[in-house]
Design a protein around this ligand. Sequence first.
Ligand code: GLU
Length: 439
Amino acid sequence: MSVRVRFAPSPTGDLHVGGARTALFNWLMARKLGGTFILRVEDTDGARNTAEASAGIIKGLRWLGLDWDEGPEVGGGCGPYFQSQRKAIYDAYLSKLKASGRVYTEENGAVRFKFSRTAITVHDLVCGDVVFAATEEPDMTVRRPDGSYIFHFVNVVDDIEMGMTHVIRGEDHLSNTWKHVDLFHAFGVTPPTYAHIPLILNPDGSKMSKRDEGSAIEHSYMNAGYLADAVFNYLCMLGWTPKAENEKLSRSELVALFDPLAIHKSNAKFDLKKSLWFNAQYLRELSADELFKHAMPFLKAKSLSWSDEAIAAAAVYSVREKVSLLSELPDWVHYFFREDYSFEADVITKLKGKPENATLLGVVATHLSAANEWSEQGVLDGVEAAAKELNIKPGAMMPLLRFALSGQSRGPGVTTIAHLIGRDATLGRIARTLREVLT
Ligand code: GLU
């Protein structure tokens, strides 16, 4: 039997890190076993569910690269994939329970399901055998007086109708799973295999909520300058330790290694530093072109523009090891893109600190204007020639030139900066420094 799993979000807000990880584990399961991954939108709560939230969840899943085989936008044989459009199916299933005498109607019109009132054991892949004693709760309302159905009912009907073999979902649903199993039995259907995955907590152990750092996929990751591959990899580590030497693993490695039985029973803790570490590793591995493609929206957001894309890409690439997030890039490269960069306060202090700095910069400018070839080597030769004339070490010239060319005291190699901005800009910036800072 081929595996069928689903992600069944209730669209009440943005895609949350916990939901994204649930989707991810289901996706890994389907991809590993050549099964089917379904997206089903559980939007029966008209008051709380919005089309915007559904669209946001879909956007987040797409960004993470979690493609579904059936569901919104792609269709499939078990549609529609929005619960709000499946009322006729729920009515038909309610008739089945009526026929078998498992429901009764109250005076107010609510329809209640008669619990079996037997002990129910859930064989959970993560939590083991969970035994629920025969319930003493009142019978469960499955249809409200207004005709709408409750979550437990539609969730089970759809898991039957969509042929789910496994249900991987958050541990917060475990305590109600006996109700689901009771319904499956009432329909005469074998329940799917459950895997309830641990919650994600804040570093301080509190439950992660929508407002916590790192909680919303779009806000905390997409817009903050994470790469989807890094987030994908990091989310896998929240509650699962793959059997591998490293935690940094590609999508195909994660698919091959995935094992629901290896998911932790204990809750996972969100770790911002670790998520940044993952992102930094992934950023460093991109080619200059790929990095630039990802960086572009962040540069544009800071009004940086360029005429030569290859040079702009090389500038960004030159600082790839300095940052953990794409959003940090503009601060590191802005001076490649504009002549009106400002000088950091400590750079001004350092430049003004020694009266001979003006002379040193003047001599470097002379040698650089005479350089035969404008390459990193050509720039280095020019700086060395200037140092020789001044009888100082070339290394002593470099910070000074960096200050002049970038206004900053940190950055990529000075010869890289000079080479990329070109000879005219290099000489222009030295002249500007002499004029505006060293007067
Ligand atoms: N709509 C439920 C939720 O978002 C899904 C429950 C399930 O996966 O069975 O929590």
